[in-house]
Design a protein around this ligand. Structure first.
Ligand SMILES: [Zn+2]
Ligand SMILES: [Zn+2]
Length: 652
């Protein structure tokens, strides 16, 4: 886009030269940019008309995001700005805004924080907080006239998953709470219904209790449910999910309900549901003492004595095998981890001392796996070789845990000829190369799962996402990551729908061709393009034009988009079938050879082997089928599937 040089009806000036020539009255910027504006010689002109009392207001949005080092950065920057423009202290009117920070109760902290960021004093009355009605004020004129909880014979009736659309679910819930009065009536407009729903809710004792229990403050879902069970014991009497389904049903109706304020419709009350995730890093699992089961912990949450009875967890990305990992002290067999950090560095450097301990695979050596079963003592954390249920030779603990310890060491000859013993992280069970990795999930991964879950939900009819990052450097990376993930999940959902709606049983190439046809017939042109455009293609001019003016891209663009969609479907079942939450791994669909064709091929192979290996005992039919299916599976996951686009790469 061309930088805008003059103000227009719906445009502000974005041209830097124009801005420098005629400095703006209001400068909208971010703190990195402001830093540049104070540094770059070219930007000096921007400040040339500033006398010490020119700048009057300084507003920092999202003040709460500037904590720690960023807070220090910002406060130094603001002090530099004041010093550069020679602004006397006490002159500037400083404003910080935040939707997260600023309860009346901790006013001194908030004011102190603002004072140190801005370097200006803040009076006690400088904090402006929200004005909210209490539940009592809100319900002042509402009598409780309804008392019954929804009581369907079947909890499916309360489950959003049983309905095809959000409106269908809401209509049914309105009936369950309010009988025939609840659902939208014939001839009633949606707005009228939503306002009436609000009135009905205000007269329900459960809604009234719900507001009172919340007391105008956020509350954790389980706490809220627990408090509601106390006032409505029936909620807790039925099977586990009844209580939460009723609560969800109420919250859904409340979110849909409206009230009339003059001409305008406003939400009955503001509803905000938040999901919080904690990054799963430095995870450990306990080594169970007698009969109990291993439990997963954040190592940061454990005190030293508890931590010493836990070990980090590894899992295989491909087959899901899971166990503990540690490094073994060669002298005394201890696998206690004294310092997680140095363990991790040993793990990533493939130290020969690294051990994998699989409790569920004890006895694996009898199945031909390389390694042996040893005994882990949950009390003194040593590995020993005692047999037949004997106690720990070191501390006498009787409840030893049998674990399969694979032989993971291998030798590597370095450039200078020396031989080094390393520990491999190939999976001992499925052979996946570097398959064993430390169990955990980064916040980006967790959030992308949450995003795709909400983006692909049938209940989401207004898909929008805003991502905040506490690090400027990471923001671009995160945006790309979320974009790619969301695309992948959209694709999988689209494939799953096509499979359920006629795509099942097709050959892979029919499927890859049918998928774009199916969706381009279901969606209008603009929707089709914006749903399925790959993030790495979103820069295309035709797509930008579609977004701005609604002009549909041309035939070649659409053809390429469909080609790409087909290709993505193709790799989802082949090369990428084991990366992430694929259709194959989540048990939705898998590509497999045609059974008749496969049997025929197996018979041909068998015949060839019989003829060409005379004198040798011919393999059994079962063995040949087994081998072939392994081979085909392997070829599939390695991407050895024929696609016309690969023609040029095929060596003959
Ligand atoms: Zn594996
Ligand atoms: Zn012991």
């Amino acid at each position: 886009d061309q930088p805008v040089k003059a103000m227009e009806r719906d445009k502000v000036i974005t041209c830097r030269y124009t801005l420098r020539e005629n400095p703006p009255d209001i400068l909208l910027t971010n703190y990195k940019m402001l830093d540049f504006l104070l540094l770059r010689p070219a930007d000096r002109d921007l400040w040339r008309y500033n006398t010490p009392d020119t700048l009057k207001y300084l507003v920092v949005d999202e003040l709460h995001t500037f904590d720690g080092a960023q807070g220090t950065d910002l406060s130094c920057l603001l002090r530099r700005l004041k010093s550069r423009l020679d602004i006397p202290s006490g002159h500037l009117c400083c404003v910080g805004t935040s939707a997260t920070l600023g309860e009346k109760e901790n006013a001194p902290d908030v004011l102190g924080y603002a004072a140190s960021v801005f370097g200006e004093p803040f009076d006690a009355d400088a904090l402006i907080t929200e004005e909210r009605l209490s539940a009592g004020e809100f319900l002042e004129n509402d009598m409780a006239v309804r008392f019954d909880l929804p009581d369907p014979g079947d909890t499916n009736d309360l489950d959003p998953e049983s309905f095809d659309s959000p409106l269908e679910y809401l209509g049914r819930q309105a009936f369950l709470w309010f009988g025939d009065e609840g659902p939208r009536k014939d001839g009633e407009s949606d707005d009228e219904w939503r306002v009436r729903l609000g009135t009905l809710l205000r007269g329900h004792v459960f809604f009234q209790n719900f507001l009172k229990v919340l007391g105008g403050r956020p509350m954790e879902y389980s706490d809220l449910l627990g408090r509601l069970v106390k006032v409505a014991p029936r909620l807790g009497e039925r099977e586990d999910s009844y209580g939460s389904l009723v609560l969800d049903s109420l919250v859904s109706l409340v979110s849909h309900a409206r009230k009339r304020e003059g001409e305008r419709l406003r939400p009955l009350v503001t509803v905000q549901v938040q999901g919080w995730l904690r990054e799963m890093r430095r995870m450990v699992a306990s080594v169970p003492l007698r009969e109990s089961r291993p439990e997963l912990f954040f190592s940061d949450d454990l005190k030293a004595d508890r931590l010493s009875r836990t070990l980090p967890v590894i899992h295989c990305r491909d087959c899901g095998a899971m166990g503990w990992t540690s490094s073994e002290d060669q002298d005394d067999g201890s696998v206690e981890i004294r310092d997680l950090k140095s363990f991790y560095s040993g793990f990533f450097n493939k130290s020969r001392k690294i051990r994998y301990l699989f409790p569920g695979e004890a006895g694996g050596e009898h199945r031909g796996l390389a390694g042996k079963t040893r005994k882990l003592c949950p009390s003194c954390m040593t590995l020993s070789d005692v047999r037949d249920g004997g106690p720990c030779p070191l501390c006498g603990e009787p409840g030893l845990v049998p674990v399969f310890v694979p032989d993971s060491q291998y030798q590597k000859t370095l450039k200078d000829g020396t031989v080094k013993v390393l520990s491999s992280n190939d999976c001992p069970f499925c052979g996946s190369s570097r398959g064993l990795s430390i169990f955990g999930a980064r916040s980006t991964t967790l959030s992308s799962v949450m995003i795709s879950q909400t983006m692909t939900s049938r209940g989401n009819d207004d898909k929008k996402m805003l991502a905040f990052s506490d690090s400027v450097q990471d923001a671009a990376h995160h945006a790309g990551f979320f974009g790619a993930r969301t695309y992948r999940f959209t694709l999988r959902t689209a494939m799953a729908k096509y499979i359920a709606d006629g795509g099942e049983g097709k050959t892979l190439s029919e499927f890859a061709a049918g998928l774009p046809r199916y969706w381009s017939s279901k969606l209008d042109g603009g929707e089709y393009v914006s749903t399925f455009i790959a993030p790495d293609q979103a820069w295309r001019r035709e797509f930008a034009r579609l977004k701005e003016t609604g002009t549909l891209p041309g035939g070649v663009f659409l053809e390429n988009l469909s080609k790409r969609l087909g290709w993505e479907a193709f790799t989802e079942f082949g090369l990428n079938s084991h990366i992430g939450r694929t259709l194959e791994k989540s048990g939705v669909a898998v590509a497999s050879p045609d059974p008749a064709f496969f049997a025929h091929s197996a018979a041909l192979v068998l015949e060839a082997l019989r003829n060409e290996l005379p004198g040798m005992a011919p393999p059994e039919e079962r063995e040949v089928s087994f081998f072939l299916s392994g081979l085909v599976q392997r070829m599939k996951t390695k991407g050895a599937l024929y696609h016309p686009e690969l023609e040029e790469y095929i060596r003959r």
